[in-house]
Write a protein that binds this ligand. Sequence first.
Ligand SMILES: *Cc1c(COP(=O)(O)O)cnc(C)c1O
Length: 384
Amino acid sequence: MTPQRKLPEIIQPMQFIDLKSQLELIRPQIDAAIKRVLDHGTFIMGPEVHTLEKQLAEFCGVKHAVSCANGTDALGLGLMAKNVGPGDAVFVPSFTFAATAEVVSWVGATPVFIDSLKDTYNMDPKSLEQGIIQAKKLVLKPAGIIPVDLFGQPADYDAIQAIVDEYNLWIMADGAQSFGASYKGRKVGNIGDMATTSFFPAKPLGCYGDGGAIFTNDDELAAIIKSLRVHGQGSDKYDNVRIGMNGKLDTIQAAILIEKLKIFPGELVARQKTADAYNAALKDMVSVPKVIDGTASAWAQYTVLLPEHIDRSKLMSNLKEAGIPTMVYYVKPLHLQTAYEDYPTATGTTLPICEKLSERVLSLPMSGYVGSEDKIVEKIRICL
Ligand SMILES: *Cc1c(COP(=O)(O)O)cnc(C)c1O
């Protein structure tokens, strides 16, 4: 190793998600893109917003990509477009970020919490069926499902689709963590009746602020969502035909995303390489994440399941001392959280798998710029 190669490692502590290296790589393009927006001055719904939407739709192979203010609004707009309301049950995994369930409460519907699979961490189709029966018992109308592509891997959509067909429900895929991933030949965005994503900085494709998008092949749904994101506008801004919200993506963020999308395919390859290196080195020590056949993850997180005898907090502090940042996603499943504990679960009581997952998962540094997998796994080997 040359001294020049070694120097930055000493100066910069390792980041859990390395956004700095990416910015260094494309700084001139980002500066120029922001400058173009400052020069033309159309900060709201400027030309970059429309260009980005076209590029996003092309990338996913879907008819419509509608940008919006963040990944939470994307989910909320989807529920509003589907007219979800009081009396409706929407099935969501409990082992996810709060936004997935939060939006269901926004519209007055009832989130029903579903258990997870212990090898992929995604929604368990068997638990989903149980949840539908549970909802009917509570005199709720099963309306739709929000599967989450947790940590970047698409949920098992074939298994979920079979249930959807039986009960006549819709699917809105929460792809906040999985933009760039694919499931059996289809890209995330082109799965389900609708799919959403987030461009929060730490997501696989992130901007420098908040951002999000909704994807659909349904012309009518796309038109409704476009209206909802500008206060339910009709033929013009001051003709309001439905109750909507202010949910637009800033032009500056769109301009940034256009530049980031150019290097995104290469970053996905780099993330996969990092995951492969982690898998190879760690598979004998911990349960490494299972990726189902025909599926490619976007690797928003690389999350392992620790053996039962390992003290996770101690491991994390030892790794921190060794310069390796780690995180726990998620410490508490949603059905056990104060804001959500009164909502139903699939079993009517506990959700044993996701409760166990929350106690034993650990996420390792992941981005398109890790570059020190050997050092990381060596330290983990020592600390375990
Ligand atoms: C990040 C995230 C969201 C919300 O996205 P924001 O852009 O932060 O609003 C929703 N669902 C999941 C699973 C997420 O990880």
